[in-house]
Write a new protein. Structure first.
Length: 203
């Protein structure tokens, strides 16, 4: 009997040890399974939209050609202006600056007047196509800021350079904040009335 009792007690003790070791193993298995399930889930919630910042809009700059001389808009100039009118820079409503230029042929006063006439021709086209005149500032620079030589080193006329200098530089400023109606600015023209004796072709 003593032997059977001892065996029974030993068997119960072993069963108790087995229960003690099995419980933690089951708990660890459950934790591991839970961790594995979490690892398979994305850390980004599907209902959160990733926002990417758009690059800031740049100011628009363009050169409107008057290569043939005069102040009338040619086909190339009108095509360029039509494209500019469709640009987002124009649509946002910022101020527009037009700087008229001429070549160096003729008197300074006549060239200044020619550059003004070109800038005004570009302004009129923009206004006729829906741009508020209050947004536009006109500046006449005459022959003062050439982008190409007007003559060769030998002193001969350089027609290609003169054609490049007959132009209007258009600049559209993109405002930093929301679009606002800009203040009305007077158009800039020549400070002194041109002399009545000045005439001839526009350069």
């Amino acid at each position: 009997m003593m032997r059977w009792g001892t065996a029974l007690i030993a068997s119960m003790a072993l069963a108790g040890c087995d229960n003690d070791t099995i419980a933690p193993a089951s708990e660890e298995t459950a934790i591991a399974e839970q961790d594995g399930a979490m690892a398979t889930n994305s850390i980004i919630r599907p209902d959160i939209e990733v926002v990417r910042e758009e690059p800031a809009m740049q100011d628009l700059k363009a050169v409107i050609p008057f290569a043939e001389g005069g102040a009338a808009l040619g086909p190339a100039a009108e095509a360029m202006l039509a494209e500019i009118l469709e640009s987002p820079q124009v649509a946002i409503g910022g101020p527009i600056v037009l700087r008229g230029h001429s070549d160096s042929v003729g008197r300074d006063e006549a060239n200044l007047r020619a550059s003004l006439a070109r800038a005004e021709a570009v302004r009129d086209y923009l206004v006729q196509n829906g741009i508020s005149e209050s947004r536009i500032r006109v500046i006449a620079l005459g022959e003062m800021r050439p982008i190409a030589p007007n003559a060769t080193e030998e002193g001969e006329p350089y027609e290609e350079g003169r054609a490049a200098n007959r132009r209007v530089e258009l600049f559209v400023d993109v405002p930093d904040g929301p679009p606002a109606e800009p203040p009305i600015e007077p158009l800039i023209s020549t400070t002194d009335e041109p002399s009545r004796e000045i005439g001839g072709a526009i350069n």
